[in-house]
Design a protein around this ligand. Structure first.
Ligand code: SF4
Length: 571
């Protein structure tokens, strides 16, 4: 089965902004934190917020005992905002800028005496908020009958709820232009809504069935379902992967997935993973199972570390590299297993398959991790006290990543290394860089050489790009559990640009280092690897490949490619 995901699926700009604002609020604003009305129409996200102590208030009390209230992306009537402040709340306004634009149009024209006709759902929070800006001049039309029932006004404006069905609004416009040419029409449907709806129609041409993911109370999801059904292809509306009708989907060769503006990426990812794992998914077959097993057990990533160490040793001209390659593999294998075992909280959202695997096989994996770690240390000990001490310190640092090192009374925010913003990516980068590029030459030569820095830059740079790309794929789950990864700090687009610049820098460094004989001429050949990773970034960015086992496998493959190129070049 082939799976196509709509590029527009998932959080729109306004919802993402509101979710980020509320997740940021506990550290920045007076607690307790509330949202005025459910933040978004997605029960899974609301449950998560509740677990994080962010609750919903539906009514404004006359007097509150402090705390902060966030106004959601839909906006509220201006009077509601005033009442929240008067009650004693600090108010964070997360109204989407595009909704604010409609509110401004309404407020301005109502002030000039225009009647305001809002084409939308009367009970939708956005429409209730918009009506507040129209005052006595507001009218709502949810269908043509409502519109026809309105009297002819001397002057009026027409606006749409931002998530309105485009086709319906087009027919409203036609009728209004015909009957009341003096009315002013503002096309206020959000372009995110327009693109999302248009994409469902395009997607339907290439697939056998469509899955629309989103809350049942979400208006924009319901409109996507309507459009999907109108295409004539079987359409399924699900909130989570547990609702997938796997029997009906079994006959589909290609399935298209889209999602409402309030659906988190990790729910879409879970749907994909469930479809990927289907036994009838012959398209994937045994190759997919092997890839999945190699990734889940970290055997492939450990092989990658060995390949990286092998290439670093060759670049530096270290003759007896076997022990270092072996130690790198054992170290990476052990650290990845232990950190997955102690940090499955984010995986619960980002990668439920991995979380389940680690939960089911925790004893076996713990033993495997322990054996790998101990074997690496024993091997290092046999090579001397210095290599042993380096590996011991690195192992201790790696193991402490998820552990609570500082008691809560000293710090509530930074108790573990992983609580430090960006720590995960930097720590993994340093650990891999040291074990693959610094550990072998320091152990053999017992002294520092500038060529070590060049090889470290290459090795650590490649690991940094790989890890930060995985962080991009896991952004929403990480955000929910409060992990500040680099993409969360920098934003996805800037991180992508940054990663591409690093890869370009690595390619230039390799060529210059090779040209000036600072390291082995192997540098020219392995420049293919950052180029390969650059292409993988582009493939993901342009939507040619979806987050999932195959993308992950491809990313890890660049390390193995490095080893193969080195092996061939050094024959
Ligand atoms: S659909 Fe558009 S207007 Fe509505 S919240 Fe999202 S970005 Fe804003």
């Amino acid at each position: 089965m082939k799976i196509l995901i709509a590029k527009t699926a998932g959080f729109c700009m306004g919802v993402r902004r509101a979710v980020e604002m509320v997740l940021d609020a506990p550290g920045k604003h007076e607690t307790p934190i509330f949202t005025y009305g459910p933040l978004i129409h997605n029960p899974q996200v609301l449950n998560l917020l509740e677990e994080k102590g962010i609750s919903v208030i539906n009514d404004i009390p006359s007097k509150a005992e402090g705390g902060t209230v966030l106004i959601r992306a839909h906006g509220v009537p201006p009077q509601a905002k005033d009442r929240l402040r008067a009650a004693g709340f600090t108010v964070i306004d997360a109204t989407c800028p595009r909704v604010i634009k409609v509110q401004t149009i309404i407020g301005k024209h109502a002030g000039q005496g225009y009647e305001v006709i809002i084409i939308g759902d009367r009970d939708h929070p956005e429409v209730i908020g918009l009506l507040g800006y129209a005052g006595e001049k507001g009218h709502v039309a949810g269908n043509m009958n409502d519109l026809d029932a309105l009297p002819a006004f001397e002057k009026a404006i027409i606006v749409a709820q931002t998530t309105q069905n485009i086709l319906f609004f087009e027919s409203v416009k036609e009728r209004v232009i015909r009957k009341f040419p003096h009315y002013k029409i503002f096309d206020t449907i959000c372009d995110s809504t327009g693109k999302r709806q248009a994409e469902v129609k395009c997607l339907a041409d290439s697939v056998d069935a469509l899955i629309v993911v989103g809350g049942r109370n979400s208006g924009n999801t319901q409109r996507l379902v309507e459009i999907a059904e109108q295409t004539g292809k079987p359409a399924y509306h699900v909130e989570t992967e547990t609702e997938l009708d796997l029997k009906s989907l079994a006959s589909a060769q290609c399935v298209g997935i889209t999602a409402g503006a309030s659906t988190p990426n990790w729910i879409i990812k879970r749907i994909c993973r469930t479809l990927e794992m289907l036994p009838f998914n012959k398209h994937r077959g045994w190759l997919f199972s092997i890839q999945r097993t190699l990734l889940l057990t970290n055997i492939y990533v450990s092989l990658g570390a060995g390949c990286l160490c092998y290439t670093c040793s060759k670049l530096l001209g270290i003759p007896n590299y076997y022990s270092y390659v072996f130690i790198s593999m054992l170290y990476v294998q052990s650290m990845h297993i232990f950190n997955n075992l102690t940090g499955t909280e984010a995986d619960h959202y980002n990668d439920p398959d991995r979380a389940l695997f680690y939960n089911t096989h925790k004893v076996f994996l713990a033993v495997l991790g322990f054996i790998a770690g101990a074997a690496g240390l024993i091997k290092a000990y046999t090579m001397g006290l210095f290599p042993f001490m380096i590996l011991l310190v690195m192992s201790a640092m790696g193991l402490s990543y998820n552990l609570r090192l500082i008691p809560e009374r000293f710090s509530s925010n930074f108790r573990r290394i992983r609580d430090i913003p960006g720590a995960k990516t930097l720590l993994i980068t340093m650990a891999w860089g040291i074990v693959t590029a610094i550990f072998p030459p320091l152990s053999v030569w017992g002294r520092f050489d500038p060529s070590i820095v060049l090889v470290f830059i290459w090795s650590a740079g490649m690991v940094f790009v790989r890890t930060a790309l995985f962080d991009i794929l896991d952004m929403q789950g990480d955000q929910i559990v409060g992990k500040d990864t680099i993409p969360i700090l920098m934003g996805e687009k800037r991180t992508m640009r940054f990663l591409k610049s690093i890869l370009a820098g690595i390619i230039v460094t390799l060529f210059l280092s090779g040209a000036f004989h600072l390291i082995s001429s192997l540098a020219f050949a392995i420049a293919i690897c950052p180029l390969f990773l650059y292409i993988v970034l582009l493939v993901y960015e342009r939507g040619y490949m979806l987050p999932g086992i195959q993308l992950e496998f491809l990313v890890e493959t660049h390390f193995v490619l490095t080893g193969v190129i080195t092996l061939v070049s050094c024959q």
